[in-house]
Each structure stands twice: as structure tokens, then as C-alpha cells.
Write a protein that binds this ligand. Structure first.
Ligand code: SF4
Length: 324
């Protein structure tokens, strides 16, 4: 069976648990394996947010640890910086954490935030707690989910700006953070076609123009380099928010696990995705399902870990990381 077959079966047969899927598929390995479990966990999570409980043991090690494991066994810690904006207080808190936990490398990332590299596993809960207390949450720099929304300064500071690209980027990041998707999801918002936020090589890119917002999808700048394809142009920020939520939800509900948006679009066609967002009834239903899922699943893993005082979990064997 293909992944798409399995997804169809999960929906048509109302399968709400991994054992139910294994049984329906006639699985030969009783508990699944390190390849099927993360995919099934995601499909069930995406399709049944109210019925299915996330299974942390079916996640790749970076998602299970809420941090990227480095080659020497230490971890990197990346707090979220909404739309790439920070404050002196946040910067002081990051500097204090770097000093306190003897972080060897502090690096500015391509996603407009700061990476603390070389944190010891046993220090993770304490450094998260310190950053949480300074008002910061996990940047999910390790997740198959929303990473960053890169912005330019737009009308706030730039003489070429046509719209408030920074404000829109912050709104988008505050709406989408904590959402799980088939692969990582990166957004960019540029204040004019000069495109300083490189929006046209993101999974979803918005380029502001005098008459509104051009929304394009399917960019990439990794193993594959792809320019986005125009999806639609809308006149208001509210419509941008709805279209982005609808595209994200459709991607979650239909794509194969570990396919970026450009791979999904190659399979279903740009026109099919366009129809989904152009039909106002379908768009509204996608938005509603996205918001329902966010209301259940959007959590800051750092805060959760600290509140529960969960013991440090040793690494297990599920370490296979996804290819791009
Ligand atoms: S993309 Fe346009 S608005 Fe944004 S910083 Fe560049 S020139 Fe200015």
C-alpha cells in the first residue's frame, strides 16, 4: 500500500489508533517499525485531533527531545522570535542562559533567530525554564511543523514597503506555531517585490504589493532548490491568514509524511490546491479544522516538560532522521 492508500483507509474506515491501522492493513510486525510509526502517528494526529493521543515514542529523536541532537551528543536550543523581532530583555535572557549553562556557541540562524549550540542533555529542562520565565517558547527548530516566518522590515522602516510585512509575519507565526505538518514548514513575508525576506523560496511565501498580497507555495532551498508558484492574490491580511491556514490544513490532511509542500504540489497539482482555497466553503471548513487542531495540539513543549518535571529520558534506538 502507498502512504496515500493508508491515509484513505484511515479516513474511510474511521481508524483511530495505530493497532487498528496495523490490523486493517494486515501488518506482519506486531508493533510496527521506525519507518511506519512516525508516519502513522502523524496521520492519526492530523485526521483525528479529538480522538487520537500523540505517541512520543513514535517520533524521531529530535521531536521526542524537543531539541536538535548534535554530532557530539549535545543539543541545540532555539527560542522562538516572532517574525524575527526580539527585544533587549530577550537578548539579555539569552545571553544570561548562555553564560549560566556554559553554552559554547551562540549563532544567528537563517530563520532570523538565535541558536544556543552545545547544551548538555541534563541542562535542557533548566535552560528551557529560564527562557520560558523570560517569556520565550520553543522555536520548534527540530520539528516537522512550523519553523519560522521570516520577514523584512516593510512599511515600518523601509521606503519601498507596500504593507506591514513584519506585523503580518508575526501574526502568521503566532497563528501557526505548534502545528504539526508532514515535514518542516517555513514561511516568508516580503514587503515588496524586492523580496528581502526571500519569500519565494519558502514553503509558503507572501510578497506584499500595492494592491494586496501575492501568496505563493512550494518553494525550497535545501537538497532541492525551488521557486514558489503563485497560488492567489488577496486584498487583505485577513484573507492571507485564512488562505495560509487552509493551505496548511490541506497539506496536513493530504500529503505523504516527509513530503515538503513542493513535493505534495507535484503530486496533486497546483490547480487542485488552488480550487481548495478558492472555494469559500471548502476554505472555511479547512480553516475550522486547522483551528480545532491548534486548540488541542498547540503546546509549548518546554513549559510542558518543566511543569511535569519529567525525568530526563535516555535516548532510545529510534534515531533515524528524515531526509530532506
Ligand atoms: S522587501 Fe521591499 S519592503 Fe522589504 S526591506 Fe526589501 S525593499 Fe524594503
Amino acid at each position: 500500500m502507498t502512504h496515500e492508500d493508508v491515509r484513505r483507509m484511515i479516513k474511510s474506515q474511521n481508524l483511530h489508533s495505530m493497532p487498528a491501522v496495523w490490523q486493517a492493513c494486515g501488518w506482519k510486525t506486531s508493533c510496527g517499525c521506525h519507518i511506519c510509526r512516525p508516519a502513522l502517528n502523524f496521520y492519526l494526529l492530523a485526521d483525528w485531533p479529538q480522538q487520537y493521543q500523540d505517541d512520543p515514542q513514535s517520533r524521531f529523536v529530535n521531536e521526542r527531545k524537543h531539541a536538535n541532537i548534535q554530532k557530539d551528543g549535545t543539543f541545540s536550543v532555539v527560542p522562538r522570535m516572532w517574525g524575527g523581532i526580539t527585544t533587549p530583555d530577550e537578548l539579555r535572557a539569552i545571553a544570561d542562559a548562555a553564560d549560566k549553562f556554559a553554552v559554547p556557541t551562540v549563532k544567528v540562524t537563517g530563520g532570523q533567530r538565535i541558536d544556543l549550540l552545545g547544551v548538555k542533555g541534563e541542562d535542557l529542562p533548566a535552560i528551557w525554564d529560564d527562557l520560558n520565565k523570560a517569556g520565550m517558547v520553543s522555536g520548534h527548530a527540530y520539528s516537522k511543523g512550523l519553523r519560522t516566518v521570516k520577514t523584512c522590515v516593510g512599511t515600518d522602516h523601509c521606503r519601498f514597503g507596500t504593507q506591514d510585512s513584519t506585523g503580518l509575519g508575526i501574526k502568521l507565526e503566532k497563528t501557526l506555531w505548534g502545528s504539526w505538518t508532514p515535514h518542516k514548514l517555513k514561511l516568508g513575508v516580503s514587503g515588496c517585490p524586492r523580496n528581502c525576506a526571500e519569500a519565494t523560496c519558502k514553503d509558503i511565501g507572501i510578497v506584499c504589493v500595492d494592491s494586496g498580497y501575492q501568496i505563493s507555495i512550494g518553494g525550497a532551498a535545501g537538497m532541492d532548490v525551488r521557486e514558489t508558484t503563485l497560488l492567489c492574490q488577496v486584498p487583505t491580511e485577513e484573507e492571507v491568514m485564512d488562505v495560509v491556514k487552509a493551505v496548511t490544513q490541506s497539506y496536513r490532511e493530504n500529503a505523504k509524511y516527509l513530503d515538503r509542500i513542493y513535493k505534495w504540489m507535484d503530486k496533486v497539482g497546483r490547480e487542485w490546491i488552488q480550487q481548495q482555497v478558492a472555494d469559500l466553503e471548502i476554505r472555511a471548513a479547512l480553516v475550522a479544522r486547522f483551528e480545532l487542531s491548534q486548540s488541542i495540539y498547540r503546546k509549548d513543549p518546554w513549559a510542558e516538560h518543566v511543569v511535569k518535571s519529567a525525568p530526563y529520558e535516555p535516548l532510545t534506538t529510534l534515531t533515524l532522521e528524515a531526509a530532506e
